[in-house]
Design a protein around this ligand. Structure first.
Ligand SMILES: [Zn+2]
Length: 219
């Protein structure tokens, strides 16, 4: 009897441990689900509604007059180097002879030389000038360039960078340039000339969100 009770006691202890472990798992499982579904909701989205990363972009862009039909493409890039920000790349591009400086319209930081997910607007966006981010001039003329800081042949973009990129894309498409704008990554525009934005940039996922790349759209 005594042994039984001891055993029962041990079992009871195991049981309570199990239930509390279950409770633990359940709690985190649910929390995880809530987190996942929030991420999912964000992915499917109410496009353009989130303002976590784009508040200042919206405020500034509201004051610009963005000519309807001016922009036909949005092109995704990586900087191919883990350091840098808009000012640093602007200097580098001027030194390379680009009189309008920073070749991209937007730069999204990785937490090293600007905030993690921080969106910087370049002079070409603020002045609504053509980009200098691809080799094909006809695409530069009508293509918005968005560069994520990092070398995505070697590392992944940060979670914040991707969230900022998506928020910026959703905002531009739903409120600024229209949803007909075509999305490409750099290597699709200049095949064989670059790996940009690198193998770890989620190119396929972005095409699922923003439409396929159709090469015949070029020209
Ligand atoms: Zn590029």
């Amino acid at each position: 009897m005594k042994n039984d009770r001891v055993q029962t006691g041990i079992l009871a202890d195991h049981f309570s441990l199990l239930t509390s472990r279950r409770g633990f798992l359940k709690f985190f499982g649910v929390a995880g689900l809530a987190f996942a579904s929030r991420g999912d909701l964000y992915a499917k989205g109410k496009p353009g509604n989130s303002v976590r990363f784009t508040k200042h972009v919206r405020e500034r862009t509201r004051k610009l007059s963005v000519e309807q039909g001016r922009w036909q493409w949005i092109v995704g890039h990586h900087s191919a180097i883990k350091n840098g920000n808009a000012a640093i790349y602007d200097r580098a591009h001027r030194e390379r002879g680009m009189e309008n400086g920073l070749a991209y319209h937007f730069v999204i930081g990785n937490g090293i030389d600007s905030g993690d997910g921080e969106i910087e607007m370049g002079p070409r966006w603020l002045k609504q000038l053509q980009g200098g981010h691809v080799h094909r001039e006809e695409i530069n003329e009508v293509g918005i360039g968005i560069c994520l800081v990092g070398n995505f042949e070697e590392t992944k973009p940060t979670r914040n960078q991707l969230m900022a990129f998506r928020e910026l894309m959703d905002y531009l498409r739903s409120e600024v340039v229209g949803k007909k704008i075509r999305f490409a990554v750099h290597r699709e525009i200049d095949p064989g000339r670059t790996a940009c934005p690198g193998r770890y940039f989620p190119t396929e996922q972005m095409h699922r969100l923003y439409g396929p790349f159709v090469p015949t759209n070029l020209a």
